[in-house]
Design a protein around this ligand. Structure first.
Ligand code: PMP
Ligand code: GLN
Length: 377
């Protein structure tokens, strides 16, 4: 059998989590919380399971959840959307991204992917015989607009953006959104796939979204994840918002990819959304970021700016010259802490020794990890 993806192995996140288990290491690699979800959410799940919600919900999502998400989009970002036609509940952000690319990108199109970037964008682009065009972010991990503008041409169908950014934790400011708006205005065929899974995990600014920019609405698809917002990554439930003409196309793919998403989880999330405030998430993770940063001051690592997400980038102490892949493999074995190297996030990794730590962990886990990291000089 000829492999369609001969170069592809398992993801760096699977690899590092597996190494963490193998070496009994503290796992600050793959991004998931190690603390329990809210008891209220557990209760809603149990109640939904006790009730009669065990059959297919409508293809686009459980009606009351769609209504609730429309209200959330309006209160958070001021965009009024039609819950029946402009929202789609997905099996995590990953499936939404896959469906959007399959539905909207044509063979031969180009799609701008900003490096470093999360790993789930390029494979769906290849699967529609389109071409990812990797454009480096600036050294500060924020968009380099002249470079992006230079890469967009008449073949460019889509640009994929992600803020708060995985892996860097940087957050766009309004001038970035305005630059995006200008770019979209200049290129009538260009769509924006906005990966907003960490939208509520911001530390210095309010949550931001493409939905705050009416001139972008017709051309944007946003992707959200309850896994990030409610600490339940294993549930794999997320949603997308897009104008009706775009969403109509995305639904055509979605109905044959999954048809509909886990009914019980959707019912539980609907009830939970009635009583929880997403506004608290930023404060919750700001405390984690600050605590981790304070602890890390006792180590030889240098921390880079982190304004959102639950990832902290660090520079490895300069004395070492090996690759970041070797560093993390050695660190997990010799020190017992798993981290994520940055090179897998790039098409052409620069020479760097940045590592990503996930701080969505209990204070005890963070303390124990840092105690081990102090051994690295
Ligand atoms: N986008 C980014 C930037 C991510 O970090 C992740 C990882 N969780 C996803 C998308 C996928 O989210 P989900 O688990 O909801 O599919
Ligand atoms: N988004 C998670 C991270 O960046 C990984 C999720 C996965 O393993 N697919 O760590």
């Amino acid at each position: 059998m000829v492999s369609k993806f001969p170069q592809m192995g398992s993801s760096i996140f699977s690899e590092m989590s597996q190494l963490a288990v193998q070496y009994n290491a503290i796992n600050l690699s793959q991004g998931f919380p190690d603390f329990p979800i809210d008891d209220r959410l557990k209760l809603h799940l149990a109640q939904a399971a006790e009730s009669h919600f065990h059959q297919y919900v409508p293809m686009a999502g459980y009606g009351p959840l769609l209504e609730r998400l429309a209200t959330l989009t309006e209160t958070q970002y001021g965009r009024l959307i039609n819950p029946q036609h402009e929202i789609l509940v997905t099996a995590g952000a990953t499936q939404g991204i896959f469906a959007a690319i399959q539905a909207l990108v044509h063979p031969g199109d180009e799609v701008i992917v900003l490096d470093p970037s999360y790993d789930c964008y390029t494979t769906p682009i290849h699967l529609v015989s389109a071409h990812p065009v990797r454009v480096p972010l600036g050294a500060d991990f924020l968009p380099d607009w002249p470079q992006i503008e230079g890469a967009v041409c008449s073949r460019t169908r889509m640009i994929i953006i992600n803020t708060p950014h995985n892996p860097s934790g940087r957050v766009w400011n309004s001038s970035d959104y305005l630059a995006l708006q200008k770019l979209v205005a200049q290129h009538p065929q260009l769509l924006v796939l906005s990966d907003e899974v960490y939208e509520y995990i911001t530390f210095a600014s309010r949550p931001q979204s493409v939905h705050q920019y009416p001139q972008l609405w017709e051309r944007c698809i946003s992707v959200s994840s309850f896994g990030k917002s409610f600490h339940c990554t294993g549930w794999k439930v997320g949603y997308m918002v897009a104008s009706e003409p775009l969403m109509r196309e995305i639904k055509k793919v979605h109905q044959f990819l999954v048809f509909s998403v886990n009914s019980v989880a959707q019912v539980a999330l609907t009830a939970y959304l009635e009583e929880v405030s997403v506004a608290l998430l930023g404060d919750f993770y700001r405390q984690k970021r600050d605590y981790f940063a304070r602890l890390m001051q006792t180590t030889a690592f240098t921390l880079l700016p982190c304004e959102g997400s639950y990832f902290q980038l660090v520079s490895w102490p300069t004395a070492h010259v090996e690759s970041d892949m070797k560093l993390v493999r050695r660190m997990v074995q010799e020190v017992g802490v798993a981290a994520i190297p940055l090179s897998p996030f790039y098409e052409h990794p620069p020479q760097n020794q940045h590592l990503r730590f996930c701080f969505a962990k209990s204070d005890t886990t963070l303390e124990q990890a840092v105690e081990r990291l102090q051994k690295i000089k």
